[in-house]
Design a protein around this ligand. Structure first.
Ligand code: AMP
Length: 212
């Protein structure tokens, strides 16, 4: 099972991609998570990548393609995967097609939501620094004040979830990533899903389409 989850920041693609990975028993591969791990280091590359991410810009294709092709070549990804955050532009989509391990067509889901919903969701998002669990100050607060209910880790707001970066990320999404919707629609690979609904409802729609 090979799945690509598309959608603007805040559309819930990360949450749904995790659930799809578990459901299909294939690895969930999030380029955002891989990059956030990478920028914890003190290397020159880490510093460079961090400056792109914090301002809401896309990391250069050369860097991201190396990361993704390495990850897809790992043994666990042979049986399938859920890609979350990749591809993010047309060039990346074309490269993905050329990667030998993605020859057969993946299923592409596009989660749709209005800008108003996206901004509200992103600005209230809090992430656990230890286990990466996601919360929302309003819709899904942790039961423990500012701590993760799963592991007790501290919750923080991602730098790129702050107002200026959110505006940039939405702008970058519209210019760079939204053309992917037409690209995959033309190839008859796209299934659009209403991402405004609850997490449970969105997941049910995804599963319904997977079973078709
Ligand atoms: P995400 O967690 O998917 O929202 O990604 C967070 C940030 O990581 C993005 O705003 C980009 O700066 C960077 N990033 C993630 N995936 C990609 C990608 N495929 N291409 C370029 N940059 C990416």
């Amino acid at each position: 099972m090979k799945i690509i989850v598309l959608g603007p920041p805040g559309s819930g693609k990360g949450t749904q991609a995790v659930r799809l990975g578990k459901y299909c028993r294939v690895p969930h591969i999030s380029t955002g998570d891989i990059l956030r791990q990478l920028v914890k280091g003190k290397t020159f590359l880490a510093k460079r990548v961090k400056s792109y991410m914090n301002s809401g810009k896309l990391v250069p294709d050369r860097i991201i393609v190396d990361i993704v092709s390495g990850r897809l070549a790992e043994k666990d990804a042979k049986k399938g995967f859920v890609l979350d955050g990749f591809p993010r532009n047309l060039n990346q989509a074309e490269i993905l097609e050329k990667l030998a391990m993605v020859k057969d067509k993946p299923k592409v889901f596009n989660l749709k939501a209005s800008d108003k919903t996206l901004v509200k969701r992103i600005s209230g998002r809090r992430v656990c620094g230890s286990c990466r669990a996601n919360y929302h100050v309003e819709y899904n607060p942790s039961k423990i004040m500012e701590k993760c209910a799963n592991c007790g880790g501290s919750l923080y707001q991602r730098d790129d979830d702050k107002p200026q970066a959110i505006r940039n990320r939405l702008k970058v999404y519209k210019k760079e990533s939204r053309p992917l919707v037409r690209y995959y629609a033309k190839k008859k690979m796209l299934v659009s899903i209403n991402g405004e609904k609850t997490e449970k409802e969105v997941f049910s729609s995804l599963i319904k389409h997977l079973k078709k």
